[in-house]
Design a protein around this ligand. Structure first.
Ligand code: NAP
Ligand code: HSE
Length: 452
């Protein structure tokens, strides 16, 4: 609470004593795109609800954009639009809300805000993943707070769940669908017969995708979110290059159909599992049995399954992307700051702290079953060649389906799907090298893990 502010306690309609300050909390919003516009909508259109829950008014002092002439979906703050980032340093600003994305200017905004003595709210997982260590250190030095509920899984309060609601537990595993765009694209392709390219465009129009949608479809965005959860749950800094990462851009519609026939759905799954003292990490499209809750997550919804040593298994689900769900998370952070809750919890977060990090399990030692899809030459000896390679690396086959060429195709290549028994990633990688040299196999061989 700032010195000089007037604080009192009043009884709300539900007879709960709430802290009330006569002084509004003043916020500079940087970025008025998908998320920024949603935040403005809630703060302006629900001002009375927010005031009641925050114990004081949350007032927007300025809104900084790149192009002031652009048509906006909100008109409430037309008079406050500015293009100079100097506005974030103004004396009357308490909190800077960074909603521009990217890491260069966004990093400068957060640094400048902290140096000027402002708290920060951000939805930017790329920034936290890349510069979190430095920014959280700076925040601690300046006795300020960085709130980032919206950075992981959009509207789902997963940061609060991991850091507060499950604080009694040692988390032992986190598995989640963390990218709304990928999940939306997979749903459009499989359930609505939309082409991959059209589904990407639709995800962009709906405001789900990153400015560069490659970050969504190549698995980077989900991996960035996983590293943040891993920091919170295990105190480990995971470099994006230190674990397997694959996106949905490597899939064909046919793979979704083959998986379906085998009783699975394919989802982009981010996984962090504790094995003794080391962590198994990966973010990959994964075959999930249809009976599991995670297989039933559609559109831009996310789901995170967290297992703790006391609570057991828990599931969190909701919209993982989009304007209002993300704005909901940003505004909840603002309310936490206005009430003073975030100032108490932030110093206790296990984010880039002094704690000894857990080592990451070498990728070669990860043990799973795999789905292998080949375009294989339709001639004698092909199957023998493939199974010989797998056999040499002790990869055991659980089932195998060869599909006939579709329609009147003259192609000499036909789809071949093999499901393996459990084996190590290292065995599969060694087999991959030989499979790549096998003349009986076409180029776009695909290997995906299976979640039992
Ligand atoms: P967006 O629609 O592209 O909006 C970005 C906004 O930032 C625009 O208003 C843009 O100004 C402004 N901006 C960009 N560079 C700027 C600069 N150098 N100076 C001043 N303003 C600048 O992005 P978004 O979807 O709202 O995403 C914002 C952040 O939220 C990202 O970090 C993203 O990862 C995160 N996030 C997004 C979602 C989602 O569903 N969209 C969900 C969770 C988290 P102009 O309008 O003038 O161009
Ligand atoms: N592009 C991200 C997604 C936004 O689709 O999940 C939410 O972080």
């Amino acid at each position: 609470m700032k010195s000089g502010s007037v604080v009192e306690f009043r009884f709300s309609e539900t007879n709960v004593a709430v802290m009330v300050s006569e002084r509004p909390m003043r916020v500079a919003i940087v970025g008025l795109g998908t998320v920024g516009s949603g935040v403005v909508k809630i703060l302006v259109e629900q001002a009375e609800r927010i005031r009641r829950r925050a114990g004081r008014e949350i007032e927007i002092t300025s809104v900084i954009v790149r192009d002031p002439t652009k048509a906006r979906s909100v008109s409430h703050v037309d008079d406050l639009i500015d293009t100079s980032l100097e506005a974030i340093k103004a004396d009357d600003v308490d909190v800077v809300c960074e909603l521009i994305g990217g890491t260069t200017t966004a990093g400068d905004v957060v640094r400048q805000a902290l140096l000027a003595g402002k708290h920060v709210v951000t939805a930017n997982k790329a920034l936290i993943c890349e510069q979190g260590e430095e920014l959280f250190q700076l925040a601690r030095e300046k006795n300020k707070v960085i709130c980032f509920e919206a950075a992981v899984a959009g509207g789902i309060p997963i940061i609060e769940a991991v850091t507060q609601s499950l604080a009694a537990n040692q988390i032992t595993s986190i598995e989640g669908i963390l990218n709304g765009t990928s999940n939306y694209i997979l749903t459009e392709m499989f359930d609505r017969n939309v082409s991959y390219d059209d589904a990407v465009v639709k995800a962009q129009k709906k405001g789900y995708a990153e400015a560069d949608p490659a970050m969504d479809v190549d698995g980077t965005d989900a991996a960035q979110k996983l590293t943040i959860l891993v920091q919170l749950a295990f105190g480990t800094k995971a470099d994006l290059k230190s674990f397997p990462r694959q996106g949905i851009d490597s899939l064909d519609l046919a793979d979704l159909r083959y998986a379906d026939q085998l009783g699975f759905r394919i989802k982009l799954l981010a996984v962090a599992k504790l094995h003794g003292q080391s962590l198994e990490l990966h973010t990959q499209p994964t075959l999930i049995r249809k009976q599991q809750p995670m297989a039933d997550v559609y559109d831009a919804y996310n789901m995170i399954e967290i297992e703790g040593d006391a609570v057991g298994r828990t599931w969190f689900s909701g919209m993982g992307a989009g304007q209002m769900p993300t704005a909901s998370a940003v505004v909840s952070d603002l309310i936490d700051l206005a009430v003073g809750r975030a100032q108490q919890t932030f110093p206790l977060l296990d984010l880039w702290s002094e704690r000894e990090p857990l080592p990451i399990l070498p990728a070669e030692q990860i043990e799973r079953r795999y789905y292998l899809r080949f375009h294989a030459m339709d001639k004698p000896g092909t199957m023998a060649a493939i199974t010989a390679i797998l056999g040499r690396h002790q990869v055991s086959i659980a089932s195998c389906i060869q599909y006939e060429a579709e329609g009147k195709s003259n192609s000499s290549f036909v789809p071949l799907v093999i499901m393996t028994h459990h084996c190590q990633e290292g065995q599969m990688r060694a087999a991959d090298l030989e499979l790549a040299e096998c003349k009986a196999i076409g180029k776009n061989y695909l290997r995906l893990p299976i979640r039992e």
